[in-house]
Design a protein around this ligand. Sequence first.
Ligand code: KG4
Ligand code: ZN
Length: 341
Amino acid sequence: MTLLAIETSCDETSAAVVRDGKVLASTVSSQIKLHAEYGGVVPELAAREHLRNLIPVAHAALAEAGIQANQLDAVAATQGPGLPNALLVGFKAAQAVAFALGKPFVGINHHEAHLYSPWISGEPPAADFSKFQPNISLIVSGGHTMIVLVQSELNHRVLGGTIDDAAGECFDKTGKLMGLAYPAGPEIDRLAEQGNPAAFDFPRPLLHDAGDDFSFSGLKTSVRYFIRDHPEMLDDAQKIRDLCASVQAAIVEVLVKKTIRAAKRNGVRCVTASGGVTCNRALRHELARACEREGFTLRLADKALCTDNAVMIGILAERKFLSQVPLLSLDEEIKPGWVLT
Ligand code: KG4
Ligand code: ZN
């Protein structure tokens, strides 16, 4: 089957065409520059930008795939969670395309799509990933930080999440305190390469808590007070690199240790990670080291599929379609607060 997928839950307008588990086309138009001026995503601007970009992005995906719209067998879109007006643009447009073509429509949970994104490319191909289940999956993005037990295909249970800020939010907000542009995560990653992660000792929130929940707001506050008390640091490029490395080390240690602990407790053999923060080099490196030490197979989403994209929406939609999950009626609405359970 050939499926068109649309993702507009936050600040990326994305379309993809997938066929039988393979990606025929993927287009992403990022709004990062637009929102950088405001230090974070402005929901109303995001929705307007999706309206402007969606049709060209979808046309480009169809052209890249070399198909006409009437060759599609189904259409999918992110139904939630996400910014309401941003979701509305992609979801309603995708429903309209499905209606016009007389084809089925699939609404997808954005986090569930992140959950399956490590299996989209690489070996073994997605069709074989059931061999690695059950697994523990870390989803770590700008809006969420979750540990999920994936028992079998389309059957998973969220074990823990953040009780305040997400890890990506912590990167972005501490970076803002250092004067870095939004989103600061990639810049902290880059600067930390030449910094000393042991230069400053920041808290590792909930690290020793037995549960699977996270908390990052205390770490952010601690960085805020540290910078308030040592403002001269921000005039010293090496000190900023050390600060980046130290903040990153605190976030990464919590993410890695809690993920590994959950994997051990649940007796799984495989760990996966996805979501924008999974682009972070220190996180990828430390997860790889810990999994090797503990004998877990590690499967990280490709960097291009870590941040928001329609490919993951399409691949999951196709699997849902083939698993006979009931399809949505065309008058179904978006679910901005759709929580993965
Ligand atoms: O998954 P995503 O594209 O959007 C959400 O669903 O939130 O994740 C975006 C987040 C931002 O907070 C961004 O700073 C963070 O991912 N991020 C990174 C890196 N690349 C993106 N954080 C740390 N290191 C990176 N290399
Ligand atoms: Zn996301």
